[in-house]
Design a protein around this ligand. Sequence first.
Ligand code: SF4
Ligand code: SF4
Ligand code: SF4
Length: 540
Amino acid sequence: MKNENTNTSGKSKIPPIAIARAAVQLVAFILVPGLFISVFSALGAIWKSILSSTFRFDEQAANILLLAVVFIVTAVWGRFFCGFICSFGALQDLLWLGGRNLPFRPVFSQKVDRVLKYLKYAVLLFIVIGVWTFGITGDTVWSPWTIFGMYASPWKGVPSQAMFLSVGGLLLLLTIIGSLLIERFFCKYLCPLGALFTLASHFRVFKLKRDSASCSGSCRVCSRKCSMSIPLYQYDKVRSGECIDCMKCTTACARGNINAEPVAAVSGTLAAAAIAGVSFVGTLPIISTSSAVSADPNESATAAIETATQAGKFKNGSYVGYGTGFRGSIEVTVLVSDGAISEIAVNHSSDDSEFFAQAEQKVIPAIIAAQDTNVATVSGATFSSQGIIDAVADALGTQLTAAAVTETKQPSTAAAAEPTTEVTEETTQSSQSNGTFTDGVYSGSGTGFRGTTDVSVTVEGGKIADITINSYQDDEQFFSRAQSGVISEILAAQDTNVATVSGATFSSNSIIEAVSNALGKEFTNPNSTMSRGHGHGHSH
Ligand code: SF4
Ligand code: SF4
Ligand code: SF4
């Protein structure tokens, strides 16, 4: 029998529509590998903001635009998003192709297939009610999409191996195995977004048509080739919301009995392009890694700020702090005005924008409103949330008291590079009696990860009043963390017998050694006996 994939010389050929689809899938995979996550996350963000009565149109505008375009286009033209753009769908197509020589691939009866397809609605309900409404998954990374999205964009940094061992990692493994055996396994049976698309596209305008006058329905090749196992041979038009517009049926029928109207097909393709374009643009407002969120003007925030101002909870100034998100460090600047946190700006983050934006939009206003870092993380963006909280706590010196926060602990390369002008007396020894120190300014040095750290210590009224970093050679990322923690500890304890900062041990020890050196105190720096200084492995 002649097949559309076989030319007159008997050689198989790939239909142009298949080539075009593969090309679009490849481009989408490279440019927007996490787009399907963005679409679903947008829905979750709106849902959760409504539930928590924090919905604001301006905050959710990008999410609303994204959802409006994707769902309107899907309702009119069908699931071109799934057939052409979704990278998780493309991954499954690739796996299905890769597993074509497997000795066994199960074929479900129509009845079993129909029942299994209801599973995705159960998954959708579980996520909406269990996860978004009641947050029952806690901190676990449960979504295979999340893990896939991270590994599909390695240029943003490779997540830790532990991520692959999470629930989401195991589900991704299950999806990979399932997709080798069953075409579009996840799309058919498990995808919650697919469940919504199935409902949304049920009454679409664009429909594939079967010429029933020329087809008795006996060969059923079209149904066997259908990516979503739709029994096409039974219908004159493909009305099923399961159809992903992959167009495989149109090329599978040797008699050309299944057709898409050319105008409709072109329009549908343009619709797919519109989804991609608007979706990409819709994510732009949350791609930025440098943004500032000012104090929320709502009543509780105003009251908290007033309380903090009256109590002089924080010392005025601008402070930099670091935390660790999913993909690496997060840097923030915290501005304290009138004794209260007035602004928090994210200077840098490596986390995925769709997750980080969720965390940033909720956590920062919450910290400002509470004037405290003891705030809840955002479900579904736990790592980014915790990273922001840690960074703000780091900037404020973790104790969140004015006594523990001093201007001198602010990490600043420029400030650190310039010798302080406050040094009025150069000596490496201070006399010490009865637990106090002799007033003056003393200098000292210690050994860090990459070299020497020089400090000046100011003693006033017999107490350590100020510690200034004159220069250091360690990586700023680590040194700043050590600086924030160790200096405030020494000032609070009036002693150099303080703990190092976890993850910044070398830099911490260099500061402790330098201050001890300036004050004439004994300190054995373990850095001196450790090998160091190669690469960025920094076993801090
Ligand atoms: S059903 Fe889900 S995973 Fe499959 S292509 Fe559509 S959005 Fe992507
Ligand atoms: S009906 Fe045709 S276009 Fe729709 S999913 Fe099946 S093969 Fe693809
Ligand atoms: S539409 Fe084509 S492939 Fe499908 S049953 Fe009819 S003749 Fe066979």
